[in-house]
Design a protein around this ligand. Structure first.
Ligand code: ZN
Length: 187
């Protein structure tokens, strides 16, 4: 059993690079020889630790009344000139390079959650990075032959009350069907 990465407990800084999450991911969920391998993320396999970077966040992040446990973002420089240089420097100093995508996880949650909860959180975040389809709906590739990625929103984003009163849309119905099946991953 491969032990899951744990957030650091000393020398704490508000945000800390977590290349160990990338390593764990490649040893388990992105590893075709591992029982947790998930075919859905195959397009992420050739991306390096400096391209899809992970970080631990030490502080709690509450957004619109909900605690955010993880966040996946496409890294964009919202500035030019020296501001852009400064932002790039921060990434290079912290992560070794400017990543294409950055996944930040709540360190306190990750310290206390179960292995299954941790894996579910990481998978949730990496599901946000989809293999980008071209205009015909076929998978698209970069000049170097690797899959083109894009950031996508959740399959299901709805309130319980709305589903209770009105029923769910296609995505919610699909989710309910899957909920009735045995989970593929058992701990
Ligand atoms: Zn999400």
């Amino acid at each position: 059993m491969i032990k899951r990465p744990m957030p650091p407990t000393n020398d704490l800084r508000p945000l800390m690079a977590a290349p160990e999450i990338h390593e764990w991911l490649h040893a388990t969920i992105l590893n075709p020889d591992h029982e947790w391998f998930n075919e859905d993320h195959r397009h992420l396999m050739e991306y390096s630790v400096t391209e899809i970077a992970f970080m631990w966040a030490q502080s709690e992040y509450v957004k619109a009344g909900k605690q955010v446990l993880g966040q996946c973002e496409k890294v964009m420089m919202m500035a030019g000139g020296w501001k852009k240089t400064r932002q790039e420097m921060w990434f290079e100093d912290t992560l070794g390079d400017v990543p294409e995508y950055l996944v930040t996880l709540d360190a306190n949650y990750c310290r206390d959650c179960t292995d299954a909860e941790f894996a579910a959180l990481v998978e949730h975040e990496i599901y946000h990075m989809r293999h980008k389809p071209d205009m015909f709906g076929d998978p698209s590739f970069k000049a170097d032959g690797r899959p083109q990625l894009e950031l996508i929103a959740h399959d299901v984003e709805e309130f319980f009350g709305v589903v209770r009163r009105y029923g769910g849309d296609e995505a919610v119905r699909r989710m309910a069907e899957l909920q009735d099946c045995e989970p593929q991953i058992k701990y």
